[in-house]
Design a protein around this ligand. Structure first.
Ligand code: NAD
Length: 319
């Protein structure tokens, strides 16, 4: 019943795209080979879950060999933890690990059926990568982004090579916005741009379900659903710290113990990455023009100092 509701909502949200599209809705396409661009915390998590749950080979692309090495070492750690806790057998862990195919060459995505981009939240970087993906991936491949806040319509527009009437590439662009940490969180937002076809949305929903995720469909508006709600909460917690309403521990303790969440907003911001939080707040602020989304000065300063949270070793906490 729930899945039917998601599908109906998806088709409703993409009805505008279908109106422009010459192809009627078709069933979801099968994904036999996945590509992931960016082996950071999100990309690595998506790749690992796909290998474990869908059992598909994953071509994991990163332009930094160091990031690939770090990511795969983390995958090994997560898999051996699963084995130790008897959640999976050693054979299952080995099988999943063998499906991860690291590479620094994006051209290796030339036979992927579905690609998920998870590079940093920098618009031009994503536009350049999607223009490249449209060029090198097979014409049937779905091109998905894990963006937290950048417009899917704009990302899709970067695949047209300047010819906005040609929707052969832009219709296969969609967002699959996974939540962090990917192996743990079940939620995923599916967001279609103006150009996205209903078949693309169907395939994205089906593939995310194969990964054991629960898709929520949202519209292409700044912050979509999850970050439209979560980021102002985190930003407000940072303002509370900045203005001395409470110290770090008081802020995190009251929200953790008062709202029954596993961690307080400042610790959560460290886990997400303060650069990512700032990038999302900037999009919300700039795209809506609403001052309620102004990023806090302390958040800006911490990012300027290179204090990005867990990934850099220092944020609101030391790691
Ligand atoms: P991250 O900084 O941990 O990882 C990004 C990776 O991309 C790095 O390994 C980097 O080397 C690689 N990269 C950079 N440029 C590249 C290029 N040109 N080609 C290939 N690889 C490249 O970032 P992250 O936290 O994993 O976030 C990735 C995306 O996921 C962002 O769009 C972010 O907004 C989104 N997201 C993040 C979270 C979160 O909690 N961190 C949650 C949901 C969505």
């Amino acid at each position: 019943m729930a899945s039917t509701t998601v599908t109906r909502r998806a088709l409703l949200l993409t009805s505008r795209a279908r109106h422009f599209s010459s192809t009627a809705a078709r069933p979801a396409a099968e994904v036999k080979r996945l590509g992931v661009v960016g082996a950071g915390q999100m990309g690595l998590g998506i790749a690992l879950v796909a290998a474990q749950k869908a059992g598909v080979p994953v071509i994991l692309v990163d332009n930094s060999q160091q990031s690939l090495d770090k990511g795969l070492a983390f995958a090994d750690k997560l898999l051996s933890k699963d084995v130790t806790k008897q959640r999976i057998s050693q054979e299952q862990a080995d099988a999943a690990r063998a499906l991860l195919k690291p590479t620094t060459s994006i051209e290796d995505l030339c036979n992927a059926d579905f690609v998920i981009e998870a590079v940093p939240e920098i618009p031009q970087l994503k536009f350049d990568i999607f223009a490249k993906l449209a060029e090198i991936c097979p014409k049937h491949a779905i091109l998905a982004t894990n963006t937290s806040s950048i417009s899917i319509t704009r990302i899709a527009a970067s695949t047209t090579g300047g010819n906005s009437t040609d929707r052969s590439n832009s219709s296969r662009v969609v967002a699959t916005h996974f939540m962090n940490p990917v192996p743990v969180q079940k939620g995923v937002e599916i967001i279609s741009g103006l150009q996205t076809s209903s078949e693309t949305v169907e395939t994205a929903i089906e593939f995310c379900r194969k990964l054991g995720k629960v898709p929520s469909v949202s519209a292409d508006r700044p912050g979509f659903l999850a970050n439209r709600i979560l980021m102002p909460y985190i930003n407000e917690a940072i303002i509370c710290l900045e203005t001395g309403i409470g110290d770090r521990d008081a802020i995190d303790a009251i929200m953790k113990n008062g709202t029954n969440v596993p961690m307080g907003p400042l610790q959560l911001a460290d886990f997400i990455g303060l650069d990512t939080c700032l990038a999302i707040m900037k999009v919300l602020h700039e795209e809506t023009g609403d001052s309620k989304y102004r990023p806090s000065v302390l958040l800006r300063n911490m990012v300027a100092a290179g204090w990005l949270g867990k990934k850099s070793g220092k944020g609101f906490y030391d790691y």
